[in-house]
Design a protein around this ligand. Structure first.
Ligand SMILES: CC(=O)N[C@H]1[C@@H](OP(=O)(O)OP(=O)(O)OC[C@H]2O[C@@H](n3ccc(=O)[nH]c3=O)[C@H](O)[C@@H]2O)O[C@H](CO)[C@@H](O)[C@@H]1O[C@H](C)C(=O)N[C@@H](C)C(=O)N[C@H](CCC(=O)N[C@@H](CCC[C@@H](N)C(=O)O)C(=O)O)C(=O)O
Ligand code: ATP
Ligand SMILES: C[C@@H](N)C(=O)N[C@H](C)C(=O)O
Length: 462
């Protein structure tokens, strides 16, 4: 059995790191997903109570389970199946992660920000994994459950752990930062994501700055140096490194050149340039944040250049796919906020070699009481060389309404649809070898399901 953890009742979880050697735990939190030789950690969520699925967990590979004392054990669990009782299974998961972290003791880079966390995490990993045994957050597992799961998935010989930290309420990043105790902390940008719960961009900046609350002494905070809300950080315990386009930055981006292969840029007007195979000035900034972190860890320039050039990005982040009739589809639809939607639209405008540039924009969530105005604000940049605006959903329709109110670009074709299915026939009619089509909306819309119906068919004659 791969469980190297002798978990005993309640408070023992807090001391488990002292109790002996921890092996890397294979954790199952979802009985629906097979996980061989795992420890089942049933969590109580919004829709289900994991404690109701022990039988299925065992069928799917659980070799032991931790169990909330107040939850009744089901009948007929296999004789000798280990069950360890704790007061709270989520707290137990988090404490096991802290104990394991103290045992492995990697360098820790924490990445937060309204947008670009996953992209920057992937960039840092691509650079550092050439020189260090590096482990990173898988996908977007970045909250109070995802971060402990990431830590417990880390190999025991990890040198550097790159942790994505998400939040949508005050206090959450303090918790995650104090759990992980990062050596480097990165704030990619201050947008409007989750502004519904944080009240304002000032509130978002305040919440993001909580990431320093667990930063190790003599640690370093690396930030978007162009963001005024991050200008007046008072500290005498950690270093601050600024990255961006303005003269005030320690790493100042110069000479950005975008092409079909991606983005090339220089720093501080040096002659040597870097290339990253993704488009968008925002992604150049993500690359420079990653550069800054790598330099602090002593990575040679040549390895940074190679790592950026050979980036493998998590899906649905400005992901180009072949569309019907020789068209190009861009799935930038893992999530959306006005700042990320604007960033994507500006990039869509710059893609060379297309005659039809179609923006398919959908609902954005968690924008609070100003959600209509925030959707309408996107309309300001919906203009040529964009040729078509297609909105999906009731909130997405506000973008079209905003365009109408500002007396938008007459040459633009605008269509408003309530659903993905309703939009599909029209979108399909636009696809040819001179068309590029961007899909962007919040996660709940899952626009990749729509673009998936417009993808070029795989050739059968292999
Ligand atoms: C708790 C959990 O992991 N839930 C996942 C589950 O959701 P579902 O609704 O199906 O189940 P419940 O949560 O109600 O069930 C409780 C548990 O029971 C398990 N279970 C259920 C049924 C069954 O038959 N057997 C079972 O064992 C179940 O697995 C639960 O453990 O499934 C969904 C689909 O796979 C998951 O999406 C859901 O995961 C939730 C959302 C989660 O928080 N997962 C984390 C591991 C995570 O990191 N997810 C990230 C997204 C995180 C995120 O949104 N970050 C925001 C910032 C927000 C921070 C914080 N305030 C917050 O609210 O998260 C950001 O901007 O980045 C990801 O998945 O990408
Ligand atoms: N620095 C940035 N500034 C503005 N927008 C950005 C930036 N980086 C990425 N984006 C946009 O945000 C989208 C999401 O990127 P990514 O997944 O890396 O962000 P994230 O912060 O991990 O998102 P989440 O909050 O869901 O974890 C991208 O597809 C792009 O449109
Ligand atoms: C899914 C979560 N990580 C997120 O990004 N939510 C916002 C609201 C979105 O989906 O745009």
């Amino acid at each position: 059995m791969g469980i190297g953890v002798d978990i005993i009742r309640g408070q023992a979880i807090q001391t488990i790191g002292d109790a002996g050697h921890l092996e890397r735990l294979n954790i199952m939190t979802d009985s629906r997903k097979a996980a061989a030789d795992s420890l089942f950690v049933p969590l109580v969520g919004e829709n289900f109570n994991g404690h109701h699925y022990l039988k299925q967990a065992i069928e799917h590979g659980a070799e032991a389970a931790i169990w909330m004392e107040r939850e009744p054990l089901p009948d007929k669990i296999p004789d000798g199946f280990p069950v360890f009782f704790v007061r709270d299974t989520l707290a137990a998961l988090q404490n096991m992660a802290k104990s394991y972290l103290n045992q492995v003791h990697p360098k820790i880079i924490a990445v937060t920000g309204s947008n670009g966390k996953t992209t920057t995490k992937d960039m840092i990993y691509s650079i550092l994994s050439q020189s260090y045994r590096t482990f990173k957050t898988q996908g977007n597992l970045n909250n109070h459950i995802g971060v402990p799961l990431t830590i417990l998935s880390m190999p025991e010989n990890t040198d550097v752990l790159v942790l994505e930290m998400g939040m949508n309420h005050f206090g959450e990043l303090t918790y995650l930062s104090q759990m992980a105790r990062p050596d480097l902390a990165i704030i990619t940008n201050i947008g409007e994501s989750h502004i519904e719960y944080l009240g304002s961009r000032e509130g978002i900046a305040k919440a993001k700055l909580e990431i320093v609350n667990g930063l190790k002494k003599r640690g370093t905070l690396i930030i978007d140096g162009d963001e005024p809300l991050l200008d007046n950080i008072q500290t005498n315990v950690f270093q601050i490194v600024r990255c961006g386009f303005g003269d005030q930055n320690n790493w100042r981006i110069t000479d950005v050149d975008e092409s079909v292969t991606g983005s090339r840029f220089t720093l501080n007007k040096q002659t040597e340039s870097f290339h990253v195979p993704v488009l968008g000035r925002h992604n150049v900034k993500n690359a420079v944040l990653s550069f800054a972190a790598a330099r602090i860890l002593g990575v040679a320039i040549e390895k940074i250049r190679y790592g950026l050039e050979h980036l493998s990005l998590t899906k649905l982040r400005f992901e180009k796919v072949k569309g019907l009739n020789g068209s190009v589809l861009i799935n930038d639809c893992y999530n959306a906020s006005p700042s990320s939607m604007r960033a994507s639209l500006e990039t869509l405008k710059t893609l060379p070699g297309f005659e039809q540039r179609v923006a398919v924009l959908g609902d954005m969530y968690e924008l609070g009481r100003n959600e209509e105005a925030l959707h309408k604000s996107v309309a300001e940049i919906v203009k040529a060389p964009l040729t078509h605006l297609v909105t999906i959903g009731d909130k997405g329709a506000w973008i079209a309404k905003g365009l109408q109110e500002i007396g938008g670009d007459e040459t633009l074709e605008v269509h408003v649809y309530p659903t993905k299915a309703a939009a599909q026939p029209y979108l399909e009619s636009l696809l040819n070898d001179k068309t590029v089509m961007l899909f962007k909306a919040s996660r709940l819309l899952a626009l990749e399901e729509l673009s998936g119906k417009l993808r070029a068919k795989e050739s059968t004659n292999q």
